[in-house]
Write a protein that binds this ligand. Structure first.
Ligand code: PMP
Length: 453
């Protein structure tokens, strides 16, 4: 193989390690390319990773958008250790443990009014599939079992369950499995409009109503009586930081409400402070019927996720249960004691350090620092909201994604972790970050972009 990928590979820091790399099949990774030139992390504390070769790497991405309070937080470590020694596991079905109820109440307290019923999962993908099943069960419980159609969005990412890839809008995640995607799924158009909205600061001014009105077209096409739910990320992260145009989410809410369609916000990224509020729903002032959560819920210290459900949806399903099991769904590790301990300690750190307000206060200097890259080589768009930014690069001829991949590698070698998705570099630092480190992330990016062909 020759070309840009080799050039990128040649720049990798060769991390010292003694492991045989052949057994592990890495997720969402070019395995052969990675294993030829592995980059490894060995430790983490606060805002920094230590790479396997010893160099410090500023975590500009909160891991995978999940370590919102920074790494190695003592209250979380202590809570997990205590719980492991005290109650390592309790069955999640037909029996309870107190921490699971306390964790649910504490999560509920951070949700918009009325979304105070909480179902625990272990990941974002599980949260999405759970939310879709709740939507179907809700309509059936109300005698509207013909409402089975699910509507997602192009460039949506909702994890990798069969439900999630079906409503998701990322072609490579779907194509290889097409024969068994869920039937009866449709997609809204994505909201990214480079021609009209490039270099918008915060929410783009153009497009809210036209993009959302595409839902009316789908309703006209399929009839509202066949549609169960619409699922969108309030801000799409994994597909390149797509910020909703002003008015878009409000209009989606109005249309779904008008037609009795449930609205699900996938807040796996936007939940727990990323935008400077507990949820994207609170930030945008738009309340859906269900919210999917994961990542920041436990600061990623233990895998965990949840679905916050409106009382109305919850009660309709329980009312139809006739005293038996109301919802035939759950995981062995729903509300795992280690997860609920991590969740409670994490929410305590967010509260004690007022980290959502901190993220809100930092979002202005963060926006300034991100937009200072305007005019740099290759940069064709900069998008931001709260403590998340996307820097889109013009694709290299014949090698889409290669430029961003090269920039990612060079940033890592210079001690800054960013993420790339297609030709967009995504930045989403821990909420404990300061202005100096924010400056360092974007200055490193500026230096690196000057060296990327
Ligand atoms: N939904 C969204 C919006 C996400 O960003 C992600 C993960 N990036 C997921 C779902 C899937 O989460 P997980 O990887 O924990 O299954």
């Amino acid at each position: 193989v020759s070309g840009p990928l080799d050039r990128e590979a040649a720049m990798h820091t060769q991390a010292p390690h003694s492991a045989d790399l052949s057994n592990l099949w890495m997720p969402f990774t070019a395995n052969r390319r990675f294993k030829a030139h592995p980059r490894m992390l060995a430790a983490a504390r606060g805002m920094y990773y230590t790479a396997a070769d010893g160099h410090q790497v500023l975590d500009g991405t909160s891991g995978l958008w999940c370590v919102n309070a920074g790494h190695g937080r003592q209250p979380i470590i202590d809570a997990i250790s205590r719980q492991a020694a005290h109650l390592d596991y309790a069955p999640s079905f037909q029996i309870g443990h107190e921490d699971s109820f306390l964790a649910a109440s504490e999560v509920a307290a951070l949700m918009p009014d009325g979304l105070d019923r909480v179902f625990f999962t272990n990941s974002g993908s599980e949260s999405v599939d759970t939310a879709l099943k709740i939507a179907l069960a809700y309509h059936r419980a109300r005698g509207e079992g013909q409402r089975t159609r699910l509507i997602g969005r192009e460039r949506g990412y909702h994890g990798v369950g069969f439900g999630g890839i079906s409503v998701g809008g990322i072609a490579p995640n779907r194509k290889a499995f097409s024969a068994v995607l869920l039937p009866g799924v449709d997609h809204l158009p994505h909201t990214h409009d480079l021609a009209r909205n490039a270099f918008s600061r915060g929410q783009p001014a153009w497009g809210g109503e036209p993009f959302a009105d595409a839902l009316e077209s789908l309703v006209a096409l399929h009839d509202a009586s066949t549609i169960a739910a619409v699922i969108v990320e309030p801000l799409a992260g994994s597909t390149g930081v797509l910020v909703p145009p002003r008015g878009y989410l409000e209009r989606l809410r109005a249309i779904t409400q008008k037609h009795g369609i449930l609205l699900i916000f996938d807040e796996v990224i936007t939940g727990f402070g990323r935008l400077g509020a507990a949820t994207g729903s609170a930030f945008f002032g738009v309340t859906p019927d269900l919210i999917t959560l994961a990542k920041g819920i436990s600061n990623a210290a233990v895998p965990a996720g949840a679905v916050a459900v409106s009382r109305g949806v919850h009660d309709a399903i329980l009312d139809a249960g006739a005293g038996g099991i109301e919802f035939f769904h759950g995981y062995t590790y729903s509300a795992h004691p280690l997860a609920t301990a991590a969740i409670r300690a994490t929410l305590g750190v967010y509260r004690d350090e007022d980290l959502f307000a901190r993220a809100r206060a930092l979002s202005a200097p963060f926006e300034e620092a991100a937009h200072a890259l305007k005019g740099r080589r290759h940069v064709i768009d900069i998008r931001n909201l709260g403590l998340v930014a996307g820097i889109e690069l013009a694709p290299r001829e014949g090698a889409p994604g290669a430029r961003a991949a090269e920039a990612f590698g060079k940033c890592f070698d210079r001690g800054v972790l960013v993420r790339y998705t297609g030709d967009t570099l995504a930045i989403s630092p821990p909420l404990i970050i300061g202005e100096d480190e924010i400056g360092r992330i974007f200055e490193t990016l500026a230096d690196v972009l000057a060296t990327v062909d």
